[in-house]
Write a protein that binds this ligand. Structure first.
Ligand code: NAD
Ligand code: GLY
Length: 359
């Protein structure tokens, strides 16, 4: 097992990464300060892993809430069901919520923990690659709104993250590939050696080689933990973690939540960001081609869905958390391994990048 820390002073917390963690109660117990625990999972993950989490809670008063599975349920209505369960069980302020699942469960449970009685403890047990490399770390919590992805939420850090790499064994291939998009993102924005390692090891990752997956998770979490420690509330560098996301969120919202996976939409977004960076004269043509080639080898889509138009993108992208003083801001690439946040991108170049991107 590897343990990294998100260094946030007295809110410092560990990220444990490795196989068999669900069977080690001593990793979970220190993060459950009170006597009441609510484990929240979904209809897919609970049958696979809930029993092992419950076994780790023997002796504590714990309840379980199973939510429907899917991005389309990442809503205020689902959150309300969590609050109702907490109130029905008379849970007090020293309770702990345990998120067992992918990024949808993690983001919702984190937001519920931020809100219930103005803040209770929570622990992340991420079970998708995407959640293990990104969403479980850093305290961004949210639900979707029909008009915009992740628009209602809070910054609220977990007490700890337990990433049991064995759980990836049951993850569908499509979900594994979606997680690889966020892994590749770290290489592109700030870690060229990691990008080169990914180019050399993408086959091992797709084949679910345990050592390769563990290394990818660890290097991703190391990057994420460093950025979050520097800029927890995204006043600067943390925005770089959104490479491809402004385009990607437009795809997710425009297509209807759950149609495209988050990682798939981000992959297309990163292709668009690379292409735009090239058209602006920053990224060399072979750099943009390397981005596309790696995403293609990871089995990810490179072009947006034909149902959307450039106008749809521009309209949807105007609802983005990085918009400042009415100006769209985009994460673009100065070079491979070096991202930058840019405002005032020439609208003609942005439009032509979008128009040329559809297959
Ligand atoms: P997800 O939570 O929908 O999980 C994907 C699918 O895999 C679901 O059907 C889930 O039930 C299933 N699943 C989960 N673990 C499994 C396992 N071990 N075996 C078999 N099936 C399993 O999607 P995701 O990709 O994990 O997360 C996407 C969400 O994360 C999006 O809502 C996105 O906005 C959010 N996100 C948040 C952050 C953040 O910083 N908070 C970062 C990136 C993404
Ligand atoms: N996934 C973007 C962030 O955590 O900031």
């Amino acid at each position: 097992m590897k343990t990294l820390y998100v260094e946030l002073g007295d809110r410092r917390y560990p990220i444990h990464i490795g196989p068999g963690l669900l069977d080690q109660p001593e990793l979970l117990r220190p993060h459950l300060p009170g006597q009441q625990v609510l484990v929240i999972s979904n209809t897919t993950v609970a049958p696979l892993y809930l029993d092992r989490v419950r076994a780790a809670l023997t002796g504590l008063r714990h309840e379980v809430l199973i939510l429907p599975d899917g991005e389309q349920y990442k809503t205020l209505a689902t959150l309300d069901a969590v609050f109702t369960a907490l109130l029905n069980h008379r849970f007090a302020r020293d309770c702990t919520l345990v998120a067992l699942g992918g990024g949808v469960i993690g983001d919702m449970v984190g937001f519920a923990a931020a809100c219930y009685q103005r803040g209770v403890h929570f622990v992340q047990i991420p079970t998708t690659l995407l959640a293990q490399v990104d969403s479980s770390v850093g305290g961004k919590t949210a639900v979707n709104h029909p008009l915009g992805k992740n628009m209602i939420g809070a910054f609220y850090q977990p007490g700890g993250v337990l990433a049991d790499t064995d759980t990836l064994g049951t993850l569908p291939d499509r979900e594994l590939r979606a997680g690889l998009a966020e892994v590749i993102k770290y290489g592109l924005i700030r870690d060229l050696p990691f990008l080169e390692w990914l180019e050399a090891n993408i086959g091992h990752l797709l084949a679910r080689d345990a050592a390769a997956l563990t290394e990818a998770i660890e290097r991703s979490c190391r990057n994420k933990a460093e950025i979050v420690a520097l800029d927890e509330r995204e006043t600067g560098e943390r925005a770089l973690l959104n490479l491809g996301h402004t385009f990607g969120h437009a795809i997710e919202t425009g297509m209807g939540y759950g149609e495209w996976l988050h990682g798939e939409a981000v992959a297309v977004g990163m292709c668009l960001a690379a292409d735009l960076s090239m058209r602006l004269g920053w990224l060399a043509a072979d750099g943009a081609e390397r981005v596309r080639a790696l995403l293609a080898r990871a089995g990810l889509p490179l072009a947006p869905p034909a149902q959307l138009t450039a106008d749809d993108f521009l309209r949807l992208m105007a609802v983005d958390k990085k918009v400042k003083e009415g100006q769209l801001r985009l994460v673009l690439l100065r070079s491979l391994g070096r991202a930058t946040l840019v405002s005032g991108v020439d609208p003609h170049i942005l439009r032509s990048t979008l128009e040329d991107s559809f297959q």
